[in-house]
Each structure stands twice: as C-alpha cells, then as structure tokens.
Design a protein around this ligand. Sequence first.
Ligand code: NAD
Length: 326
Amino acid sequence: MHPRRIVSTAPIDKIAIDILQEVAPVEIAPSPDESTMLTLLEGTVGLVARGTEGSITQRIIQGCEMLRVIGRPGVGYDTVDVAFATQQLIPVVYAPIGGFAVAEGALAILMAIVKKIQLADSILKSGQWRRRYEMSSGDLTGHTLGIIGVGRIGARLAKLVQNFEMTVLGYDPFLKKENLREVCLELVQLEELLRRADFISVHVPLNDHTRGMINQERVSQMKSGAIFINTSRGGVVESLDVLADALESGHLGAVGLDVFPTEPPDVSHRLFRHPRFVGAPHLVGVSDLAMERMYRSMATDMVAVLQGRRPQYCVNPEVCKKLAES
Ligand code: NAD
C-alpha cells in the first residue's frame, strides 16, 4: 500500500508544502488531467486543486478512498465537484483572502488600456518620439465604471477607484450588504449598467447562471466605445468571437482579459492580434502577498481538517459541522 500523501494538480509554493508536510508528504502531479490524477490516488488523504487546467472530478473523488480534504489556494472553486465532495462528506477548503490583488489587477489592466501604456512604451523604445504629437490618452476621471458582481473583489475595486471622481455602478442580484461597507456605488439593473458604463469589469463566480452571461446581445447593449475587462472566469464570456467581433466592428473600444473560456487559450485566435486587446495569462491574482496569504491559509485549513479540527474557510461548512458532530 502507498503511504499517506497529499497530491496537487500543479506546482504549489514552498510555504504550503512546509505546512502540509506536517501531516503527509506532498506530490505534484506531472499533469492535471483526470487520467493522470487517477493514477495518483492510492494513499492520498488530501488533494490540492491548483490552476484551472485540471479539475477534481467525481471520478477522482470516488477513486480516492482515503481522501479527507480538498484544498483550493484561491477563491474560485469551479474546478472542484463540490456537490459530490459534499455528498461524500469531504470538506473543500479555499482561501477567499487574496481578492485585493485581483481588484488591483483589474484596475491595472483598465489603466494600462486607458493610458495606452503598451503603445507608449513601444513608441518610446522604438525611437518614435515624435509620435507623441499624434497621440492622446484617456482618463478615468469623469467616466463611469460598471462592476458586475459586487462581492469581495468587485467591492474592493469600487473602493479603489473612489478618488478618481468617477461614477461607479454595480449590478449584483445576490449582494451581501457587508461587502458594501465604506463602498460608494449606485446599484442598477444589468441593462442599465451596460448602457451607461464607459468601463465594465466582471467579478462574478462561474456557475450555471453566469456561464456565457456576456454574450453577443449583452455586448451589443454596451455603450459604443466601452472598455470591457474580465478577471473573473473566462466562461462568463460566451466566446472569444463575441469580443473579437465587437472590437473589429468598433463597437467596443478595448478588451482586457486575464481569464479565458479554455486555459491556456488558443492564441492563434484573431482576438490576440487585435491592437485594442490587452491580456494576461490568468496572472492578476498571483501577486506575492496574495499567494503567500492564500497558500498559508489553504494549507493551514487542510492540516486542520486532517487533524480533526475545523478549518477557517470552507466552501461546504455543513460537512465540517457534520464531521464535528459525528
Ligand atoms: P464573491 O463571492 O465575494 O463575489 C462574487 C459576487 O458575484 C457575489 O456578490 C455574488 O452575489 C455575485 N453574483 C453571483 N452571481 C451573479 C450574477 N448572475 N450577476 C451578478 N452578480 C452575481 O467572490 P470574489 O472573491 O469577489 O471573487 C469573484 C470571482 O473572481 C471568483 O469566483 C473567481 O472566479 C474570480 N477570481 C479570479 C482570480 C484571477 O486570478 N483572475 C482570482 C480570484 C478570483
């Protein structure tokens, strides 16, 4: 029999490994796909779902006889079959504490687009100084930002832009009042947000209701020249074609994406060649501070579960409650 181990779908930081090794050695799967993961389940007491390339599926959970906890070093847990884990009484711990980096990242992408930082940089470095006389950049000041999903990250973004003299609109049908503490925004319906916002930033979780919510019809409802930013999950946008079409027709002013419907995306898609597209490889949440906090939190919570204690951040707290009572 294989000795106890914890298996991660992709490399994780030393901070997490050091903490997890208190209970079992950590093994990194050579590939996150299901067939590889299925070969690594013997003796596995904990699974780490790192990245978005692989998923902790029902088959993996079912095949993992000694499994006691699943960990996600981040806030989105759409790569874990939480419903099945819950049914099997497996706690899924996560780390909803790094959102500040995503809010900063969304703002950085927006500002890079509005201030044309990439173009300015290339003009300078290619010795085209005089092109500055043909160029101008935009402003956040005096413009309207629309935030779709006013949770931890969306609310943080609203707070970050408060000194820009902007109008901030929010759409969130399930808004939790505590997220609005010290945040000043006008809550509106989605149609109104799309119609009024110069800049739109999406911060919803990926689920059956949000999958494909930014489709051709919704894009056509956006203001002409609007800048669309998505740092939530790629699947929230129906397809890259929808965005590429809107850029090519001139309806959208620019698009900034950190996340893609499939990751890694096929970068031969025409969107990636459009001059008004700015992208990042699912990176904005991966700041030093955010990762350190998230790894520490996830690993500490996984160890807590493995040692029979309650974790701090659990996606399915009802499981922890049941385990504590049993
Ligand atoms: P959160 O749960 O605090 O906030 C999500 C908000 O979206 C909630 O207020 C919820 O009510 C709202 N919402 C749900 N369905 C909606 C809908 N149909 N329309 C409008 N609003 C809706 O989560 P968070 O911590 O703010 O994170 C948001 C998402 O960002 C995560 O689910 C994750 O997928 C993504 N994320 C991305 C990165 C990255 O690296 N790019 C990192 C962290 C999180």
